[in-house]
Design a binder for this molecule. Sequence first.
Ligand code: G3D
Ligand code: MG
Length: 195
Amino acid sequence: MGNGLSRDNPRLVILGLDSAGKSTVLYRLKFDQYVDNVPTVGFNLEKIRSSAGRSKGTVFQVWDVGGQEKTRSLWKSYSRSADGVLFVVDSADEERLEEARMELHRFANLKESLAVPIMVLANKQDLPSALSADQVGEKLNLNRLPQSKICDILEICAVTGDGLESVFDGILELVTKRRRQLKQKKDKSFTTLFR
Ligand code: G3D
Ligand code: MG
C-alpha cells in the first residue's frame, strides 16, 4: 500500500522456503501451464492479468523472491511495498513445515509486514502424503499469528493448476478487507479529531 500505483495494480510477493514451489506458482498464474524452472537467483517479476472471477481484469504485479536461507533477509524489503503476500508451502514435507512455520511467524511479526495480509498456499496437493489445508494451518500455527493479521489458506497444486483459479480472488478479498479496515481507522481518528 506504499504508493498510488498499488491501488490499481495490487503488488503481491510470493514468499516461502526454497523448493516450496513459488516459481512454479508464478508461471502457472502467468501462463496457465506448467513451466519447469531453475532455482531462482535474485527475483522474478511478472505482471499478470486475472482472467476470471471477481478479480477479472485486475493486473497484479507479482514478485517471486528467492527462498534460500541467505535471501530470506530480503523478505522485509519486498513486503514494505506489498499489498499482499502469497506464502507457499510444500504440504508433503512435514519436516520443513516446522521451518516454514518459523519463517512465516518471523515474517508476520516484522513491523514492515504487520499490515500485509497473507494467503497461505498449501501446495503439492497431488502428492499422496500431502497434508490438508486444515492440517497445514495447524502445523503453521496460523491461529497464533499477530491478532491484526488478515490470513487465509488455500489448497493448490501448481503442477496441475488445481486451486490456482481461486488465488487472485482470494488475495484480492483479503487486500480489500485490509483497506476497508484502514479506512475505518482513518475515518474514526478523523471524527475523534473534530468531535
Ligand atoms: P521455489 O521457486 O519455491 O524454490 P520451484 O520452487 O517452483 O522451483 O519448485 C521446486 C520443485 O517442486 C520443482 O521440482 C517443481 O516442479 C516442484 N513442484 C512445484 N509445485 C509442485 C506441485 O504442486 N506438485 C509437485 N509434485 N511438485 C511441485 P524439481 O524436481 O524441478 O526440483
Ligand atoms: Mg524459485
